[in-house]
Write a new protein. Structure first.
Ligand code: UT7
Length: 325
């Protein structure tokens, strides 16, 4: 029996136009470029303006991904959009994107898994395609995360940025050159007991406000390295592969020190890690597809390459996805 594979047809990204360097931030926040750089590797971030919405970023990334795929919105019948910073409490930002793309067919919904959102969205879309419930999916990670920041909390506000990235997945028969193309394996986890380490102190049913990000940084850091290394091993085991098979690791971009520590645990060559945290900061659900789009755009990721994506975020949630480009 021929299996169905979710083949990645294209990817794209969109960043807001306002670039804010560490030096600029240090004019209004009690911090320094030296502290931010040495603790996180972040040098700058892009932030949305007052009138720029998460759906605007998602729309830019979706169009770029469709163009690279050589497809149009007519070809898409599923949109899965990962975000923590939806335009509105409802409806889903995915349906706003659907309307902006001029689609009057298919179905669209949001996924909320904070920084792991894109990996959750990829895994979800892959399941719809594998079971024949959709033919082609736009999978988007889009965030205006800066709108959730407490600018008086220097321990969090310097860490995050805004942006969006997207990929187009198409269901194709897994035979011939397609036999091992597309998404090979995914693994997702969550542990709600760790809520207090990273959360937003508001919401429709608790405070009727949006709330601001609260984080116990050291606790998140420790769990991130542990959980990311173990979920990577799980997804590789499921596929019968090892780190030696991986061409590119595309991790969630929270902190350069987390990327380095995870790579050391996995005994992985740091030159094969796609790093954007220095320029984008932590863009939550957008960070993995932003990094993917950069590495595909500059020719590092080539057809046939084995790409491993991983992420961890509030919840806690974490997961990994292995794909053949
Ligand atoms: O996507 C998942 C989400 N988040 C993460 O992955 C974040 C994981 N955690 C981290 O990346 C790190 O824990 C941080 C970068 C957030 C913090 O680094 P740290 O080495 O754990 O620093 P710390 O929180 O222990 O703070 C050390 C010092 C403190 O001063 P004292 O108490 O030692 O005098 C802080 O007040 O650094 C101070 N500090 C700052 N100083 C200048 C905290 N934030 C800043 C700042 N500028 N922005």
């Amino acid at each position: 029996m021929t299996v169905t594979r979710s083949v990645i047809r294209g990817c794209g990204s969109h960043l807001p136009s306002r670039l804010v360097t560490n030096e600029e931030l240090a004019k209004t926040v009690d911090t320094t470029d030296e502290w931010i750089t040495s603790r996180t590797g972040i040098k700058q971030r892009y932030l949305v303006g007052d009138d720029e919405l998460t759906s605007d970023l998602a729309f830019g990334a979706a169009n770029a991904a469709l163009e690279q795929a050589g497809m149009t919105p007519d070809d898409i019948d599923l949109i899965v959009l990962a975000t923590t910073s939806a335009d509105e409490t409802f409806p889903a930002t995915a349906t706003t994107l659907q309307a902006r793309l001029g689609m009057d067919h298919g179905f669209a919904f949001d996924i909320q898994a904070v920084c792991s959102g894109f990996v959750y969205a990829l895994s979800t879309a892959d399941s719809f395609l594998a079971t024949g419930k959709a033919k082609a999916a736009l999978v988007v990670g889009a965030e205006s995360f800066s709108k959730l920041l407490d600018w008086d909390d220097r321990g969090t506000c310097v860490l995050f940025g805004d942006g969006a990235g997207a990929v187009v997945l198409e269901a194709q028969p897994g035979e011939g050159t397609n036999a091992d193309r597309g998404i090979i394996a995914t693994k997702l986890h969550s542990d709600g007991r760790l809520h207090d380490a990273l959360y937003v102190d508001g919401g429709p049913s608790s405070t009727q406000t949006t709330g601001k990000v609260r984080m116990k940084g050291k606790e998140v850091f420790r769990h991130a390295v542990e959980n990311l290394a173990s979920v990577v091993r799980e997804v590789l085991d499921e596929a019968g592969m090892t780190m030696d098979d991986i061409d590119w690791l595309v991790p969630h971009q929270a902190n350069k020190r987390i990327l380095d520590a995870t790579a050391r645990r996995l005994n992985f060559d740091p030159d094969k890690i796609v790093v954007t945290v220095d320029r984008h900061a932590n863009t939550s659900a957008a960070s993995v597809p932003l990094a993917l789009a950069e590495a595909v755009g500059d020719g590092r990721i080539q057809p046939g390459h084995l790409v491993l994506m991983e992420a961890m975020g509030g919840g806690f949630t974490w997961g990994a996805c292995l794909a053949r480009w």
